[in-house]
Design a protein around this ligand. Structure first.
Ligand SMILES: Cc1ncc(C[n+]2csc(CCOP(=O)(O)OP(=O)(O)O)c2C)c(N)n1
Length: 334
């Protein structure tokens, strides 16, 4: 049996980190932020079709978890999936094209923002159905177990999704079958227009791990170091065959639930306070600079590379063709 969940903080100084990991953290977080700012702009201008949910403010969770995974590990994501997909290493050009609905997109332009998948990097798919991915991740973990690899599967989900039956069914099965799956809850305090505590009985989602006999860990989801170190322990444990775990990352959704959300349910001051105090990107910058683990020049060079890569991705997406009419019924499962 497991006791109550534990709260973990980072125990290492940035200088104890491999430089490549620090670079990955920063590049990933800045890429997600800038990619989404572009998407927001082009969606509002009508160039991107469909519906868009932004991950801005939650970048440290994707970067901290994914730094522990390789292309053969699986992830499964949500309607707010751009960050996970970028952090898992998906090709930016094909991803941008997918959002623009172009035939060169990772799903041939038929998935769009909420249904991006990129199997080449183990990204099994975003999902428009809240709570639709838990059992898929458990299935991915079962495949690893049956194939006797040391691969793991990670499923990301919101605090709202943790109240769906599929969470409980998958958590129970994963524990009963000792599957290498990590349940990562991104508790961003809101489920659409609903504040966390009005629909959820427990203070921490991680409390629920006890009921399924798996370890539960709580971290500051806006501290990429804390997320990385906590996820590392749980991923290594799963690789060793010690079973599933639940990691709750406390974070905050900076943007509206969807692009265009009038946000009548909260004040601008509430959002600004979180941005001023816990935005993961400036926090990372000041921490590595203070510890002299990275220089301003190194950070700037990374930001420039990200700008170049995003410009290239945008150009690729804009100049790609839309799918042919004849491709309309290709790739359908009936
Ligand atoms: C099964 C289902 N019910 C309702 C919805 C509508 N819906 C879309 S996102 C959302 C809120 C999800 O909240 P949470 O899981 O906390 O994720 P967040 O949006 O905060 O990232 C709802 C209710 C849906 N897409 N699927």
């Amino acid at each position: 049996m497991y006791a109550q969940p534990v709260r973990k903080e980072t125990t290492l100084s940035p200088t104890q980190y491999d430089k490549e990991v620090l670079r990955y953290f920063y590049k990933t977080m800045v890429t997600i932020r800038n990619f989404e700012q572009m998407i927001e702009k082009f969606f509002l201008e009508g160039e991107i079709p469909g519906f868009v949910h932004l991950y801005i403010g939650e970048e440290a969770t994707a970067a901290g978890v994914m730094a522990n995974l390789s292309n053969t590990d699986y992830i499964q994501s949500t309607h707010r999936g751009h960050g996970h997909t970028i952090a898992k290493g998906a090709d930016l050009k094909r991803m941008m094209a997918e959002l623009f609905g172009k035939s060169t997109g990772s799903c041939k332009g038929k998935g769009g923002s909420m249904h991006i998948a990129d199997f080449s990097v183990g990204m099994l798919g975003a999902n428009g159905i809240v709570g639709g991915g838990f059992t898929m991740a458990a299935g991915g973990a079962l495949a690893h177990k049956m194939q006797k690899t040391d691969g793991v599967a990670v499923t990301f989900f919101g605090d709202g999704a943790s109240n769906r039956g599929t969470f409980h069914e998958a958590a129970n099965m994963a524990a009963a079958w000792n599957l290498p799956v990590i349940f990562v809850c991104e508790n961003n305090q809101w489920a659409s227009t609903t504040p966390y505590r009005t629909t959820t009985s427990v203070d921490d989602i991680a409390d629920r791990a006890v009921g399924y006999g798996m370890p539960g860990v709580i971290v500051d989801g806006n501290d990429v170091f804390a997320v990385y170190e906590a996820a590392k322990d749980l991923v290594e444990r799963a690789r060793r065959g010690e079973g599933p775990a639940l990691l709750e990352c406390k974070t905050y959704r900076i943007k509206g639930h969807y692009v265009g959300d009038p946000e009548k349910y909260r004040t601008k001051e509430e959002v600004q306070k979180v941005l001023d105090e816990t935005d993961p990107i400036p926090r990372f910058e000041s921490k590595v600079l203070k510890a002299r683990a990275m220089t301003k020049k190194e950070l700037e060079a990374i930001r420039n590379t990200v700008d170049d890569e995003l410009k290239e991705a945008l150009e690729f997406a804009r100049t790609s063709p839309v799918p042919e009419e004849s491709a309309l019924f290709e790739g359908l499962y009936v």
